[in-house]
Design a binder for this molecule. Structure first.
Ligand code: FES
Length: 119
């Protein structure tokens, strides 16, 4: 499936994280310190809070609901649970950001279920 054209790089402005609804999925696009972009699902693995409304410091987002933390470079959950957010290929071409239509990694449903019992 072809990548999906998302938005212009310049539309990010000063923001480093924006969320989009793509093919029924809530996806966040994060701009790294080096100016590259990464895309991943944006629903917290705990109770599906919108992480685009979370607190971002460096490359870590903290969920405002119960404090779980994720590395925006890898999707890894650093605090709270063990499952990671699924990634999408993200590229920039002619000033536009594109993401893959399918996640790169498969979900980890067993780990996600285990996470739900931690808080
Ligand atoms: S919903 Fe994110 S920590 Fe609970």
């Amino acid at each position: 499936m072809n990548p999906i054209k998302l938005t212009r790089v310049e539309d990010f402005g000063e923001r480093n994280l924006r969320s989009f609804r793509i093919l029924g999925r809530h996806v966040g696009v994060f701009r790294s310190e080096d100016g590259s972009f990464r895309a991943m699902e944006i629903g917290c693995r705990h109770q599906n809070a919108d992480l685009s409304k979370g607190l971002i410091k460096d490359h870590i987002v903290t969920c405002t609901w119960h404090g779980w933390q994720y590395d925006l470079r890898t999707g890894e959950c650093l605090r709270g649970g063990t499952s990671r957010l699924r990634h999408y290929d993200c590229t920039v071409e002619n000033g536009f950001i594109y993401i893959s239509a399918q996640p790169v990694e498969s979900a980890q449903p067993k780990a996600a279920l285990e996470d739900a019992d931690l808080f």
